[in-house]
Design a protein around this ligand. Structure first.
Ligand SMILES: Cc1ncc(COP(=O)(O)O)c(C=O)c1O
Length: 435
């Protein structure tokens, strides 16, 4: 078989894998084609046609330390050498749990799972089991994984755009296969809106088990909240006896080891982490208040949390190796100084070439909005973005060897010379798209 292009690979793969990809989110947002990669090292990967890219996707933001980081790779080898997994916890499991409890404010107790999705599912189950109530409040546009309760309204492209902020949002973007009964257990509200949150909590008093939100919304392009809003959600949750859940699967370790909750200084009742915790080796964590987590061990009516691969030793080994690096005293100081310098240079090249753009960023995550020079503060502001220009620009970047997908991430392996090379390529893409 003499396969040359990504389309040809997809065509061949589609004979066996539905759509030719293992995750429907693997199709590139700008080119429409799934990517196939054969090798990854540091800040780069090589696709199955042999083309090399500087990677700003970093596997959905999970590879905070760079691909194939030596310390993580060697921890994985050691885990395999020791017979890797008999289906039981080991001392490294306890060590990692202790370090998570020491670094993440919400973590009094934790449970390991295998993915972010599994984590948000368990967090909702815990909230329901703890409160004996069924309804969940979620934020319009926030993504929480591939799970039935939180599919609708799960991206900025699926928000209730007709909502002027005076009411709860309608269910948008329902997914085939999810019963309407499931959606009816979820009340969706616009994020950062104090009044609607308060109104819905009042209207549904006694029915709401949990409020879930992304504390930093990297999925849609680095949208932020305020400590005031998070404090308000915390107070309201307390007032109504509701469990406040922060989904930190993507925001975790992007600003520091205390994650988004440490950045904002507001501690939720439960949180979910994953991805960067283990530098992209499957692992997830639900962490939270002891009294809520203890429902898992209730002798009469426990909230069930379990699974064959929960706390798998590859994820645990990668988690410990990653934290060894992330917890180094000056890690974030140096890393975030480099990312911030890159964002400033990025803004300069757009300004110098006269292409209207806004670089929105926090910590290791960023986004480039084209067609506007003003901040994109909320999802409605996305209407100011020039979609066709965006598609053309990032398609050129990909042709030039810079890989952008949905959310954009810089890893610790993106050193100055890689970032300078990226800036040169971005500059060339700006010139090309302007012509
Ligand atoms: C905010 C957020 N929550 C949950 C998830 C689901 O995590 P996973 O893909 O590991 O199941 C993701 C994945 O992109 C995410 O970005």
């Amino acid at each position: 078989m003499n396969i040359k292009t990504l389309s040809e690979i997809q065509e061949e793969a589609a004979n066996y894998i539905t759509g030719g990809m293992s995750s429907s989110f693997r199709a590139n947002f700008f080119t429409g084609l799934p990517m196939y990669a054969t090798k990854a090292k540091g800040p780069r990967f090589t696709d199955c046609t042999g083309k090399e890219f500087i990677d700003f996707f970093m596997c959905h933001g999970a590879v905070i330390l760079g691909h194939d980081r030596y310390e993580v790779q060697s921890a994985l080898h050691k885990a395999i050498d020791k017979g890797y997994y008999a289906g039981f916890d080991d001392w490294p499991t306890v060590k990692l749990a202790k370090r998570i409890c020491e670094s993440i404010p919400a973590a009094e107790r934790i449970r390991f799972v295998n993915s972010g999705t599994e984590g948000t599912l368990l967090a909702l189950r815990l909230a329901r089991g703890y409160t004996n109530r069924n309804m969940i409040i979620r934020m319009d546009g926030h993504y929480h994984g591939c799970q039935d309760y939180l599919f609708a309204n799960n991206l900025a492209s699926k928000i209730d755009a007709s909502n002027n902020g005076s009411r709860r949002s309608k269910t948008i973007g329902r997914t085939a296969g999810v019963p309407e009964a499931v959606d009816s257990l979820v009340a969706t509200v616009p994020w950062n809106n104090f009044e609607i949150l308060e109104k819905v909590l009042h209207e549904e008093e006694g029915k709401i088990a949990g409020i879930i939100m992304n504390v930093i919304d990297y999925n849609n392009g680095v949208f932020l909240t305020t400590p005031e809003y998070l404090h308000f959600a915390q107070q309201q949750a307390k007032k109504y006896g509701i469990v406040l859940i922060f989904d930190e699967v993507l925001s975790g370790f992007k600003t520091g080891v205390s994650c988004g909750q440490g950045f904002y200084g507001v501690t939720p009742d439960l949180c979910v982490i994953g991805k960067a915790l283990s530098n992209n080796v499957p692992l997830g964590v639900v962490a939270g208040k002891k009294k809520i987590m203890d429902r898992i061990m209730d002798p009469i009516d426990p909230v069930v949390s379990g699974g064959t691969f929960s706390g798998n030793q590859l994820g645990i080994a990668a988690g410990n190796a990653s934290l060894d690096i992330l917890m180094q005293e000056d890690f974030y100081k140096k890393f975030l100084a480099r990312t911030n310098k890159f964002y400033a240079s990025l803004k300069t090249i757009f300004d110098e070439r006269g292409l209207p753009a806004f670089v929105q960023h926090l910590g290791a995550g960023f986004h480039i909005f084209l067609g506007t020079s003003e901040p994109i503060n909320n999802y409605k502001d996305l209407n100011r973005v020039d979609r066709e220009l965006t598609r053309q620009f990032f398609t050129i970047c990909i042709e030039n060897g810079l890989y952008f997908h949905t959310d954009f991430t810089i890893s610790a392996a993106h050193d100055d010379s890689t970032l300078n090379e990226a800036l040169e390529k971005l500059d060339r893409a700006i010139i090309k798209v302007k012509n």
